[in-house]
Structures are given as structure tokens and as C-alpha cells.
Design a protein around this ligand. Structure first.
Ligand code: NDP
Length: 500
């Protein structure tokens, strides 16, 4: 570097020797060879400044999705979908919007292996002119639960035992088999797609149902799919286990290296849509996160693509501090009544307030830079770094501070909307026969590719062999709900593995 920066304390005071410490010398004669042995001095701000900050350089890691990697890129509109959605960033074919995407595993800690069998988080922040839109997705089109109350219970069983601090196959399978609405997702997770070869070679799915509005105020339910142009490529169980030991950061490195050498990954964006009337004819609830919308009834409609073409320059500032939430949306894209989605609307920003502080939206990676943000009542608090709206009144409705903004998109629906009335009820979603119809279809889908059914059975047996025999028995019954052959095949595979 021709002009290296001058090393200073945090207050900017130049430091002449970065590595010296202030100590009382008791041996003045030849201290060059025998260092002074006196104590350190409290006045040595350079040292205290450095250590005190070092002691504080961790923030709480995310309880889920702790291990991740991210990159910048852009989204480009490829097809007109104004009949479906009036979001400004979609209003012109060819229009580009800056994005940041973060991929992650779910259950593992910040240093855990990228190749673990686990769903992958797939979250994209779109810096649009109507504020930041976060699409907070997974690489699986369904999920383990549909009652949000189950989430902390479920996650605990996939993490560590309270006494041993070990992962525990008994509690893992005990929970899942007792809550069989999880079956569809568990089959997906134990298929080869449960261990993607790279973040670049997996798809992303909204899973949840959302509502999109056009400029007339008409709305439809939608689900969004990001399909990897690179194709879907996976590791097998043994390859994933080996890589977890040899290079636990395999997928992080793969993404960084690919972008560094100009091999930019691309995803095509599709939307499935459904009217309110159509939703009433479904054999399942449109708000059920354990179900997909069959392609044949709800075809995928292409509307865009996104490209990741720039690595972050600082992992912590960008990838660690990025704060996604499904509540970050634009006027014409609204959440549905999917209860798990609704609970995420609360839980995600709540996590960020805890993890990053009340002013997390001021951190540059989270700032709605393109739209600007003007919420005069959101003021003060910890780490307020953006000028705090200066001398502007701290309430809306002041003579120079408007109460209302006229949105370009008309959001209030003109046509029929969902209507709810009645008493407050303690609703716990019951299991029904249809819950096993889509897992059964999934087994057939796997049957279309050589070796996929065998891989599913092998991957399940390899995991459940660490559980007690009565849990193994329950696991076989659980998968038999999709197809009795699966339970039988797992039994046989368990026998084979026990002889190895
Ligand atoms: P289709 O036959 O039209 O679609 C099956 C879909 O399954 C494919 O389009 C593909 O989705 C996905 N798929 C293909 N091979 C595999 C594999 N080896 N592992 C995992 N997924 C694979 O049927 P339906 O739409 O009626 O769905 C049938 C079943 O397929 C569902 O019950 C569900 O389990 C599964 N599925 C359905 C999806 C959907 O959104 N409808 C999405 C993914 C899986 P993709 O192109 O998204 O990879």
C-alpha cells in the first residue's frame, strides 16, 4: 500500500507502537535484554481500548440460521405480471433492483458444517423504491410444522440435549413421529436434496402463501419459486459427512470462489397464483405450510431472474448483520393468514432487536437506501447513527410532517376478500388423511430418478440407527403413512447397517 493508514486508538489518536504496553520498569540498566517486570498501567488506553472492544466483538448468534454466507447481486424483471402485482420494482420488463442474498443452514451453530442434513435458508433483500422487500425462503417447498406454537419445541429437538449438550437421535425422531404433519418435509430433508452440493445448486421456495395485489386492488394468493439455472446438485450422505470433517465451510467457500472468478449464479423466478374461489376447492388449506400447490393445477409463471455477482467486503458488517424479515414488504405484497408466517412477522424483527439493537434498520446493509425511510416517531435509542432525522418533529401530523402517503399501488381490495367472524378459539391443527397424500406423491416423484428412493431409505436408516429400538419402530410406522413399502425398506436397511 503506498499510503497505509495510520494506526490509532478508537478515538483517532495516533499510536506510535501498536504492540508496546505501558509498564513500570524496575530494571532500568539493561532493560532492552531483560524486560521490565512491573505491572501494566491502567492509563494505557491503547491496550484497554483494544481488549475491551475485543471482549465485546460477538453479538448473539441467530438461534436458527446461524451459519450462513451471502452475496450482492441484482434482480431483473423478465415478464410483465402487472395483472398480478403492482410492486414498483416489477413495473417494467428489464428493470433491475439491487439485492443481497444470504444462504444458511438452520439448526447448526455459527461454526457448524455447511453440508449438514438440514433445510437451507434462502433469504433475499430487494432494495426497492418502495422500501426493502425481504423474501425469506427455504430450499424446501414445505415445512415441519403448521402450528407456530410448535416451533421452539421442534427446534430444540433438532439441536442439543439439555444435559449432554449432544445432538440426540431419540429426541429428534421422538418429536417428528409424534407430529406426523412433519412427514412431507422430513421426506424431502432425507432425500438427496437435504444435502445440497452448493448454495448455487439448490432452489428456493416461499413455502408460505402470500397475497399479491394489482393496481385495481384485486388480489390472488401466490407462492414463489426460485429455480437454480445451475441445476439442482446434491451430495450423498457419505460425501456430506466426509466434507463436514474435511471442510466444514465448503458451501461458503464455493459461493465466494465462484463469484470471485466471475462464475455468477443465476436463479429464475416463478410465481404460482390462486384465486380465493380456487382456494376453497382445495383438498387442503391454502394456509397449510406442509403442502405444495400441484404444478399441474397451478402452473409456474416466469417473471424474473436474479444474479449474484459481488461478494461482501466484510462478513460481519454485511452477512452477519443483515436482518431479514417477512414483515419487510412493499404495499402490493402482503402476508396471508398462514399462522406460521404470521408468527414470523413478529419473531424475525424481535430477534433483530435483540441481536442487533432497536436501530438495526440503520445498519447500512439493512437501510432502505433506495426509498429513504421517514418514520418520525422511530427516534433515539441505542446506536442511533443516521442523524436521527435531525430537527424534524418526532411525531406525524405536525404542520410540516404528513400523516398519509398516497401509494401508487391500491392495496385495499375492491373485490371479495377473506372474511372471518366468530368467537376466539384455541385452534390446534388436527391430522387428517390428506396429510399423507403429498408425501405419497413425493415417494413416486423420487421413483422417477434412479436411486433416489434407495437413497432416501439409506439416509433415514443411517440417522435413526442411533436411536433406541422403540423409536426406530415408530420411525418405520411414521414413513409407512406415506407408503408401507418405505417402513419395510427402512427395517431392512437398519438390519443391513447393524451388520456392518
Ligand atoms: P410434479 O410432478 O408436477 O412436480 C414434481 C416436482 O418435484 C418437480 O417439478 C420438482 O420440483 C420436484 N422434484 C423432482 N425431482 C425431485 C427430487 N428428486 N427430489 C425432490 N424434488 C424433486 O408434481 P406436483 O406439483 O403435483 O408435486 C408432486 C410432489 O412433488 C409433491 O407432493 C411434492 O412432494 C413434490 N414437489 C412439488 C413441488 C411443487 O411446488 N409442486 C416442488 C418440489 C417438490 P422443482 O422443479 O421445484 O425442483
Amino acid at each position: 500500500m503506498s499510503n497505509p493508514p495510520v494506526y490509532t486508538t478508537s478515538s483517532g489518536c495516533p499510536v506510535s507502537d501498536a504492540f508496546s504496553t505501558q509498564r513500570i520498569s524496575v530494571q532500568n540498566n539493561d532493560y532492552k535484554y531483560r524486560p521490565p517486570v512491573g505491572p501494566l498501567l491502567m492509563q494505557d488506553f491503547k491496550l484497554i481500548d483494544s481488549l475491551a472492544h475485543f471482549d465485546r466483538e460477538r453479538i448473539p448468534e441467530r438461534v436458527v440460521h446461524a451459519k450462513g454466507a451471502g452475496a450482492y447481486g441484482y434482480f431483473e424483471v423478465t415478464d410483465d405480471i402487472s395483472d398480478l402485482c403492482s410492486a414498483k420494482f416489477l413495473d417494467q420488463v428489464g428493470k433491475k433492483t439491487k439485492i443481497f442474498t444470504r444462504f444458511s443452514t438452520v439448526g447448526g451453530e455459527k461454526g457448524s458444517a455447511d453440508t449438514a442434513r438440514d433445510p437451507r435458508g434462502f433469504a433475499t433483500k430487494f432494495y426497492t423504491e418502495e422500501g426493502n422487500l425481504d423474501l425469506v425462503y427455504n430450499n424446501t417447498p414445505i415445512f415441519f410444522i403448521r402450528d407456530p406454537t410448535k416451533f421452539p419445541h421442534f427446534i430444540h429437538t433438532q439441536k442439543r440435549d439439555p444435559q449432554t449438550n449432544l445432538k440426540d437421535a431419540n429426541m429428534f425422531w421422538d418429536y417428528l413421529t409424534a407430529n406426523p404433519e412433519s412427514l412431507h418435509q422430513v421426506m424431502y430433508l432425507f432425500s438427496e436434496r437435504g444435502t445440497p452440493a452448493s448454495f448455487r445448486t439448490m432452489n428456493g421456495y416461499s413455502g408460505h402463501t402470500y397475497k399479491w395485489y394489482n393496481a385495481k386492488g384485486e388480489w390472488k394468493y401466490v407462492q414463489v419459486h426460485f429455480i437454480a439455472r445451475q441445476g439442482v446438485h446434491n451430495l450423498n450422505n457419505e460425501q456430506a459427512g466426509k466434507l463436514a470433517g474435511e471442510n466444514p465451510d465448503h458451501n461458503t467457500q464455493d459461493l465466494f470462489d465462484a463469484i470471485e472468478k466471475g462464475d455468477y449464479p443465476v436463479w429464475d423466478c416463478y410465481v404460482q397464483s390462486m384465486t380465493l374461489q380456487e382456494s376453497k376447492k382445495l383438498p387442503f388449506s391454502v394456509f397449510d405450510l406442509t403442502k405444495v400447490w400441484p404444478h399441474s393445477d397451478f402452473p409456474l409463471r416466469h417473471f424474473g431472474r436474479f444474479v449474484l455477482n459481488e461478494n461482501p467486503t466484510n462478513y460481519f458488517a454485511e452477512t452477519e448483520q443483515v436482518a431479514f424479515s417477512p414483515s419487510n414488504t412493499v404495499p402490493s405484497m402482503q402476508p396471508s393468514n398462514d399462522p406460521v408466517l404470521q408468527s414470523r412477522l413478529f419473531s424475525y424483527p424481535d430477534t433483530h432487536r435483540h441481536r442487533l439493537g432497536a436501530n438495526f434498520h440503520q445498519i447500512p446493509i439493512n437501510c432502505p437506501l433506495k426509498s429513504g425511510s421517514f418514520a418520525p416517531q422511530i427516534r433515539d435509542g441505542p446506536m442511533c447513527v443516521d442523524g436521527n432525522l435531525g430537527s424534524t418533529p418526532n411525531y406525524a401530523g405536525a404542520y410540516n410532517c404528513p400523516v398519509q402517503y398516497t401509494a401508487a399501488a391500491k392495496v385495499a381490495p375492491d373485490g371479495a376478500d377473506e372474511q372471518y367472524q366468530g368467537e376466539v378459539v384455541p385452534y390446534h391443527w388436527e391430522i387428517c388423511d390428506y396429510d399423507f397424500a403429498q408425501p405419497a406423491k413425493f415417494w413416486d416423484v423420487l421413483g422417477k430418478t434412479n436411486g433416489e428412493q434407495e437413497a432416501l431409505v439409506h439416509n433415514i436408516a443411517g440417522h435413526v440407527q442411533a436411536a433406541k429400538p422403540f423409536i426406530q419402530e415408530r420411525v418405520c410406522e411414521y414413513f409407512s403413512k406415506a407408503n408401507p413399502a418405505i417402513g419395510q425398506l427402512i427395517k431392512e436397511e437398519l438390519k443391513k447397517l447393524s451388520k456392518l
